[in-house]
Design a protein around this ligand. Structure first.
Ligand code: SF4
Ligand code: SF4
Length: 135
């Protein structure tokens, strides 16, 4: 990411689409950090939850997608309970995942799984992988 954020280098993404998918207002967040302080998965994340929302406020969704955070989030909603503004980060993380999925950039490529193994795998595992491990 650029070291300096200016009006010129702030990337625009479709905020209306994002708000529609997530149902959340990312600008309600005032960066108190309560969500990250209570997140049980924060130690395993490249970006803390409050950093994700700050980058989104700045239009930097591409930077968020480069990290593992939205894929590590366990949707436990601890952050939602702790947030003084009622922001539900689990929905925001899911919205980022959905936007990536809609671009069809699949990390799991069915064609690369041996056919014998593919037939044995439970379908729900494949569906789960598409949702969770799509980069
Ligand atoms: S707890 Fe809520 S207001 Fe505070 S940083 Fe997290 S999302 Fe923002
Ligand atoms: S929903 Fe995700 S971001 Fe929020 S506390 Fe749970 S693991 Fe952390």
């Amino acid at each position: 990411m650029n070291n300096k954020l200016t009006l010129e280098n702030i990337q625009q993404f479709d905020l209306d689409e994002f708000q529609e998918i997530s149902g959340e207002n990312i600008f309600a967040c005032y960066q108190c950090g309560n969500c990250s302080a209570g997140c049980p998965a924060a130690d395993f994340m490249d970006l803390a939850p409050h950093e994700v929302i700050r980058l989104l406020q700045l239009g930097q969704i591409d930077e968020v997608v480069k990290t593992n955070t939205v894929w590590i989030c366990a949707a436990c909603v601890t952050c939602r309970v702790r947030c003084p503004k009622g922001v539900d980060l689990s929905k925001i993380m899911e919205a980022v995942r959905q936007i990536v999925l809609r671009k069809k950039n699949n990390y799991v490529d069915l064609n690369k799984i041996e056919s014998e193994l593919r037939e044995k795998l439970p379908q729900i595992a494949l569906v789960g992988n598409f949702r969770k491990f799509t980069l």
